[in-house]
Design a protein around this ligand. Structure first.
Ligand SMILES: NC(=O)c1ccc[n+]([C@@H]2O[C@H](COP(=O)([O-])OP(=O)(O)OC[C@H]3O[C@@H](n4cnc5c(N)ncnc54)[C@H](O)[C@@H]3O)[C@@H](O)[C@H]2O)c1
Length: 414
């Protein structure tokens, strides 16, 4: 599949709401770290214009205003209340990149106001929220794209085309791993509460669950475990609740003067400050085809090992590789040994941004708007990623195997 190819559920045509000369007028809600890259890429494309920004933090408004002026040569309208931005009829599309607990209310309101929406992941923080967002999108006739940036990486596109092109026969089993050194921010600020993001599986590996649906199809049953093994009291030799009181600095120490520049704008102790976010999980998915996939995730790896790994074994061959290497190893099942091993090396643009997907996704969203179709991570992606990840979270919470039919019966695809 090439980038931008239609997904099963094509969305309706656009262009009607576009501003003068067909330029799509964008607003950004949540002018933080994530939206910055998306906005900079968007501003380089003449088919989209940034006309409005919304953030509750005036410093972020200032920062984005400067970005807009230097890149576009004009200023933007400023809002601190997202509803006021969304009620502005002169905006065609919005990027929503606020903390996860806001996604539901903002996306639903955006669709009611007939905006196209680029919504950062996760879609909602529970299935009820996801269902509301999808229903609102469907009723609006506008286009949804979720920030599942990994769909735009040459690595996962390569794996998908090999698997779906029959190069390994029938997929029989798969193992996936995500390791992330930089996850300590999950124990600070808004990130540290499950009530704000649905839990670490929902927040972090919703990306991966979206990929597995995209590559292997519909799931049948899900079981999972999650653990808090390291980012808890005892993980470091200190009793301090924040860096300000700490006498034995850990590698995640932020001095008081560094707080304003930090990702979370806070320096709670990642070990001792109370939080309900775990730091590892294992998910097992059985697909309708019968194959199983085992997904691990942990935050204990060395900085140099932050990465994603995938190994898929099929009836006639197998593919494997690390995302950071942009290379897929292909082994033929009944080959003659090492001589039959092949390596496919990909080139990824700006590869430090999620395997090269970051620069591509927002442009593909724009391409879709101009052509009146969904990009790669639309309604179906939003739905199935949520079903799998919420199923995984539910399994860990309730200690039982989740039959996917239980979830799809309660929350059917709109
Ligand atoms: N696709 C990806 O790979 C990826 C990567 C990182 C983050 N994200 C997602 O992007 C979103 C934002 O993450 P981030 O790292 O940019 O966080 P952030 O904290 O840096 O940015 C969030 C911004 O939203 C603003 N904000 C908070 N509440 C608001 C409100 N009610 N109205 C308007 N503005 C508000 C904050 O002031 C801040 O500027 C999250 O949902 C996160 O899961 C996605």
């Amino acid at each position: 599949m090439t980038v931008g190819e239609k997904t099963q559920e094509a969305a309706p045509a656009v262009a009607k709401g576009a501003g003068e000369k067909g330029v799509l007028r964008f607003g950004v809600i949540g002018c933080g770290g994530r939206a910055e890259g998306l906005t900079k890429t968007l501003m380089r494309d003449k088919r989209g214009d940034l006309v409005a920004i919304c953030d509750t933090d005036p410093e972020q408004i200032d920062h984005y205003e400067k970005l807009a002026r230097s890149s576009l040569g004009h200023g933007t309208k400023h809002y601190s209340d997202y509803k006021e931005l969304l009620d502005n009829p002169d905006i065609d599309a919005v990027i929503i990149a606020t903390p996860d607990q806001w996604h539901h209310d903002m996306a639903v309101h955006a669709f009611k106001q007939k905006k196209h929406v680029f919504l950062e992941k996760p879609v909602g923080i529970n299935l009820g929220q996801t269902a509301d967002i999808l229903r609102a999108a469907r009723q609006s006739g506008k286009i949804l794209e979720v920030g599942y940036v990994l769909r735009y990486t040459p690595f996962y596109q390569g794996v998908r085309s090999l698997v779906q092109g029959g190069e390994i026969g029938s997929p029989l089993t798969a193992d996936a791993l995500e390791q992330y050194y930089g996850a300590f921010h999950f124990y600070r600020g808004w990130w540290k509460s499950k009530g704000n993001n649905g839990g670490i599986m929902v927040q972090k590996i919703c990306h991966d669950m979206d990929l597995w649906y995209w590559i292997f199809g519909k799931p049948r049953r899900i079981v999972s475990f999650e653990n808090l093994m390291d980012f808890k009291p005892g993980g470091w030799d200190s009793d301090a609740k924040s860096c300000n009181e700490c006498k034995n600095h850990c590698p995640y120490y932020i001095p008081p003067e560094g707080v304003a520049r930090s990702k979370t704008k806070s320096n709670e102790c990642v070990y001792n400050d109370p939080h309900d976010i775990t730091d590892s999980c294992n998910v097992l998915i059985q697909f309708e085809s019968g194959m199983t996939l085992s997904q691990g995730m942990n935050f204990y790896c060395a900085r140099s090992r932050s990465d994603r790994f995938l190994h898929v074994v099929g009836s006639t061959g197998e593919v494997s590789g690390w995302l950071s290497q942009n290379m897929i190893r292909y082994d033929k099942r009944h080959g003659k040994g090492d001589v039959d091993v092949k390596y496919l090396q990909f080139h990824a643009m700006g590869a430090d941004g999620h395997g090269g997907g970051d620069d591509v996704q927002i442009i593909e969203f724009l391409n879709g708007l101009v052509e009146g179709r969904e990009a790669l991570a639309g309604m179906e992606s939003a739905y199935w990623s949520s079903i799998i990840i919420m199923g995984a979270q539910m399994s860990a919470d309730q200690g039982r195997v989740i039959d996917v039919k239980e979830l799809t019966a309660k929350y059917p695809f709109p």
